[in-house]
Write a protein that binds this ligand. Structure first.
Ligand code: 5GP
Ligand code: MG
Length: 178
C-alpha cells in the first residue's frame, strides 16, 4: 500500500484489508457465541459504518436482523450545546437484543446520547460494536465490549470512513499525513 491523496490531503497506510478482515472475523465469532439462541438486531449507524456492517453481518452465522439509523446533531436553543437526534428507526426494539454498529468512537458523546435514546425504548439489551476506538479522546464513560482496533488520535479514512465526503470506497484504512 502506498501513500494516497484524498481531496487536498495525503494519507498513509494504517490497517490493511487482511488485518481488518481478520479482526472482523474474530469479532463475529465472539458475537455468534455470546448471542447463541438469540436473534440480535444490529443497528448500523450511517453513513460511516456501512462497509463494516456489511462485512460483519456476512461473518455472523446465527439468526440476526439489521436496520440502519442515522444520528444527527443540531445546536440546542440553550447552553447545552449539541443535541443528538435518532432518525430512521422504524423497527420496534422493545424486548430485542440490540447491537449498535459504529465505524469509529472518538469522544464517545454520540454513542452516549444514542444509548440513552435506545434505552428509553425498552430493549432487552444494548451493546456497542465499533470497528475503531480512539481511547485517547474519550470524554465519557462508555462500555464498548465489541471493538476491532484501538487506535491513536490520528484522523483516519477508508473502509467506509470519509474525508470531506471522499475515501469511503478505499478497501483499507489510511491515516492523515500531518
Ligand atoms: P464521537 O465519538 O466523537 O461522538 O463521534 C464519532 C464520529 O466522529 C464518528 O462516527 C465519525 O463520523 C467522526 N470521526 C471521529 N474520528 C474520525 C476519524 O478519524 N475519521 C473520520 N473519517 N471520522 C471520524
Ligand atoms: Mg459513525
Amino acid at each position: 500500500m502506498e501513500t494516497i491523496k484524498v481531496q487536498d490531503r495525503l494519507f498513509t497506510p494504517f490497517l490493511s484489508e487482511a488485518e481488518i478482515k481478520g479482526r472482523v472475523a474474530e469479532l463475529a465469532a465472539r458475537i455468534d457465541k455470546d448471542y447463541v439462541g438469540k436473534c440480535p438486531l444490529f443497528l448500523a449507524v450511517l453513513s460511516g459504518s456501512f462497509v463494516f456492517a456489511a462485512d460483519l453481518l456476512r461473518a455472523i452465522t446465527i439468526p440476526c436482523e439489521i436496520a440502519f439509523i442515522r444520528v444527527s446533531s443540531y445546536e440546542g436553543m440553550g447552553s447545552t450545546g449539541q443535541v443528538k437526534q435518532l432518525m430512521g428507526l422504524k423497527e420496534d426494539i422493545a424486548g430485542r437484543d440490540v447491537i449498535v454498529v459504529e465505524d469509529i468512537i472518538d469522544s464517545g458523546l454520540t454513542m452516549k446520547e444514542l444509548q440513552g435514546i435506545l434505552a428509553a425504548k425498552q430493549p432487552a439489551s444494548v451493546r456497542l460494536a465499533s470497528l475503531l476506538v480512539k481511547p485517547g479522546n474519550m470524554k465519557v464513560d462508555l462500555d464498548i465490549p465489541y471493538r476491532c482496533f484501538d487506535i491513536p488520535n490520528d484522523f483516519i479514512v477508508g473502509y467506509g470512513l470519509d474525508y470531506d465526503g471522499q475515501g469511503r470506497n478505499l478497501p483499507a484504512i489510511y491515516k492523515v499525513v500531518e
